[in-house]
Every structure is written in structure tokens, then in C-alpha cells.
Design a protein around this ligand. Structure first.
Ligand code: GLY
Ligand code: MN
Ligand code: MN
Length: 411
């Protein structure tokens, strides 16, 4: 259970703050402003508090070297209690977050204003905003401070979170492992029910199994793409018939307590790979193996991408698909890795050398539109002190494992 990590997370942010500064993070995200879906809270706020509730604010301060942590929450509200459930009590918030100073939101403005009189800098969590979007709460606050406290520097807190969130705490890893395990159960439920059907029908077996097994949400909308559909990377209509003889690519993931899994597997609808499908599949699988082998601290995601491209340059030429190495991009047109965590595409510095504790995807693919074949194989990879570890190694993957499982579990 998540308990210690929020304290560690706050310290990771406090350590990056300059002296005489405050950091201020809202729980509500701009795009979810009208929903009460608690799993949509701002991830940076959750990272500091572990409290799934809207309206709250976490404030960290470092004044003359002294660090403090406060969370502001809603008081009990009878109306809310009757309609959507009562907000957590002070004691509950204290227990969940480990923050000892829990106050009601009515005190927020007064406390903030008096702090702004003695500090030089405020760090705000600016979400990327489009030109035509309404200003977020954070942007409104920034304008107000500029007007009323012009001596205060306003800085973006995002880089702090970007640095901190890449390396996972042991407890965060535990949640991710749970999400991966539940995703495995969902994938196996699809396989047990695999037959020529609509893609969404196959997808529904995943939905049922992950819910049943305790997932708290989805990491992203499921992709169930058969045949040529799989050559569109973010196809998610899932409304075609997956036909016997075709492959079907599933890119899916459950989440547990906000932590995501992100897995792709590609299966033959009729339970048996054709020779050609097997040939392409094994080239992708070998690319993935090479990435596992190359991944270690100090290496960058760009280096891993090169490992895949080099492999394809040789292999696609060998099977006669390309003549010139430059043509690889016709069949492989995405990155091999991204960080995974509270977001499926987690906040991260894509160019930073990897560190032990980072969790990234390992997801090479090949997409041959003219043959109606799209294959992606994706696992979640932990960077260790001396290499990498496949967190999703329990999910069946080789041609033999897949065919055997499908044969044994035919309904
Ligand atoms: N499911 C999105 C991705 O693999 O990046
Ligand atoms: Mn994926
Ligand atoms: Mn991914």
C-alpha cells in the first residue's frame, strides 16, 4: 500500500526549491473541471499527497532553510455528503498523505498572502495550455500575484516534477506491478474468448477481467486493432471484425491507485500464426530483446531507438522488405520507449540518461500496410543498477507460448 512514498516525493521536490520560496499545487486539472471523477486529479498534486480529492491545494515552503508541508482541504459538507460523498476528514487526509498540517481551504488565501510577503519565489504547476483555453486556476493565481505582489518571482514547478517522477519509489513500483498483473489477467481473458468477432467484443473481455480483479481504472483507451487497422498507431474505434487469418494488436493497460501499466501484444485471431506473420513477429520480438539488453543507467531513450532501427535495417533487408536502410521508417514510425507512472506517458525528460529506478516502455513494432500486418510488442521495463528488468515478464509473448495457450484454452 502507498504510505511512505508521498513523504519521499515531497522531499524530492523540496530539495529542488530555492530558499525563501513556496510551491503551490492544485488538485483540480483544467480539463476535468466539471467532473467529480476523483481519479482525474492533477497527477503532480497526487504525487505529493496521495489524496484523491478535488479542490485541495498542497503547499510546500522553504523559508530561511526551514521546510514545511501543508495541505488545504474542504470541510465537511452535508449537501456533498448526500450527493457525491463527504470530503475526507482532517484525520483521514493526515493518514493518507502523512502531512501533519492539514487546514481548511477558507484559510488558504490569508496564509498564502502572508507567505508571499516574506518569500522571493512561488513555484506554480503550469499545465500546458492552448491559446484558446480558458485560464486555469494556476494561471489566474499567477496574474493576481503579478498584479498585487510584483516582487515575487513566478516560476514553473513542472521541471521539478519531471525530474522527480522518473525514478520510482519501491511503493510506486508495487502499484505498477499490481496493474501489470491485472492487465495480464485481462489479456488472458481475451485469449480464452478469442474467435472471429468485432474488435470491441474482444476488448470487452479485458474490461470485465480487470474490473473484476481490482483495477481502479484504465491507463489509456484500449486499442484493439485487427489486420490493417493495426498499422494506425492510435486506432481505437475497435469496431471492425477481427477475421480468422488476421492478427489482432491489443495495446492496453489497467491502472491501480493511479499507477499505470502499458502493454501491447499481437495475437492470431484463429490461434495460429502464418509463416509470414511468425517471421515478422519474431523480428519484432528480437528487436525488443536487444532493447532489454541495451537498457541500463547512462543510456538514453534515443540510444534504444537506434538499437531498434539498426536491427530493422539488417532484418528488413534480409527478408526483402527494403533495399535501403532509409526505408525502415516506412515500416517503423514511432519511438521505442517512454516513461510510465502516474501517467501512461509519464512526465519525464526524454533526453536524460536513464537512471536505476526509471520505468520505461519497451515497444518496438512493425507495420506493413500492404500486407495487412501490424505488430507491436510492449513490456514495462525497470532500469536497474546494472541493466534492465522486465516488470511484465509474466505475460505470455513468444509464438510458441501464444499458440499453446490459445490451443489449451479454446472454448
Ligand atoms: N499505449 C500508448 C503507448 O504505448 O505509448
Ligand atoms: Mn501501449
Ligand atoms: Mn507505450
Amino acid at each position: 500500500m502507498l504510505k511512505e512514498c508521498f513523504k519521499v516525493n515531497r522531499k524530492k521536490i523540496l530539495d529542488q526549491m530555492e530558499d525563501n520560496s513556496i510551491l503551490y499545487v492544485y488538485s483540480r486539472r483544467k480539463e476535468e473541471s466539471l467532473t467529480n471523477e476523483r481519479y482525474n486529479v492533477n497527477r503532480n498534486y497526487f504525487y505529493l499527497s496521495g489524496v484523491l480529492e478535488f479542490d485541495n491545494v498542497v503547499m510546500l515552503t522553504k523559508i530561511n532553510g526551514k521546510e514545511t508541508e501543508v495541505i488545504y482541504i474542504n470541510p465537511y459538507d452535508e449537501f456533498k455528503a448526500k450527493w457525491v460523498g463527504a470530503p475526507f476528514s482532517l484525520e483521514k487526509v493526515m493518514e493518507l498523505s502523512g502531512i501533519k498540517d492539514v487546514r481548511y481551504l477558507e484559510n488558504l488565501k490569508m496564509n498564502r498572502d502572508s507567505l508571499l510577503n516574506v518569500c522571493n519565489t512561488i513555484y506554480l504547476d503550469f499545465e500546458p495550455n492552448m491559446l484558446n483555453d480558458l485560464p486555469t486556476e494556476t494561471e489566474k493565481l499567477a496574474s493576481d500575484i503579478k498584479l498585487k505582489k510584483p516582487w515575487v518571482n513566478i516560476k514553473n514547478a513542472r521541471p521539478f516534477f519531471q525530474n522527480a517522477r522518473m525514478v520510482k519509489h519501491e511503493e510506486e513500483l508495487e502499484e505498477m506491478k499490481k496493474a501489470i498483473h491485472i492487465t495480464r489477467l485481462g489479456i488472458e481473458n481475451i485469449l480464452m474468448n478469442m474467435k472471429e468477432s468485432y474488435e470491441y467484443q474482444l476488448e470487452s473481455y479485458f474490461d470485465q477481467a480487470i474490473k473484476y480483479n481490482g483495477a481502479t481504472g484504465y491507463a489509456f483507451p484500449t486499442i484493439a486493432a485487427s489486420g490493417k487497422n493495426a498499422t494506425c498507431l492510435h486506432y481505437s474505434d475497435n469496431d471492425s471484425i477481427a477475421k480468422n487469418g488476421d492478427l489482432i494488436l491489443f495495446d492496453l493497460g489497467s491502472s491501480v491507485n493511479m499507477y499505470c501499466s502499458d502493454i501491447s501484444r499481437t495475437f492470431p485471431v484463429n490461434g495460429k500464426f502464418s509463416e509470414r506473420q511468425k517471421e515478422i513477429y519474431n523480428i519484432v520480438l528480437e528487436a525488443q530483446r536487444k532493447v532489454f539488453e541495451a537498457a541500463k543507467p547512462g543510456v538514453t531513450i534515443r540510444d534504444l531507438q537506434q538499437v531498434v532501427i539498426k536491427h530493422y535495417e539488417v532484418e528488413l533487408k534480409r527478408i526483402g522488405l527494403i533495399k535501403d536502410p532509409k526505408e525502415v521508417s516506412k515500416y517503423y514510425y514511432h519511438g521505442v520507449s517512454h516513461h510510465i507512472g502516474l501517467d501512461c506517458h509519464d512526465l519525464s525528460d526524454h533526453f536524460a540518461p536513464l537512471k536505476a529506478g526509471d520505468v520505461i516502455s519497451n515497444e518496438p513494432g512493425l507495420y506493413i500496410e500492404e500486407e495487412g500486418i501490424g505488430i507491436r510488442i510492449e513490456d514495462d521495463m525497470l532500469i536497474t543498477e546494472d541493466g534492465s528488468f522486465n516488470l511484465s515478464g509474466e505475460i505470455l509473448k513468444t509464438v510458441e507460448e501464444i499458440e499453446e495457450f490459445m490451443e489449451k484454452n479454446k472454448r
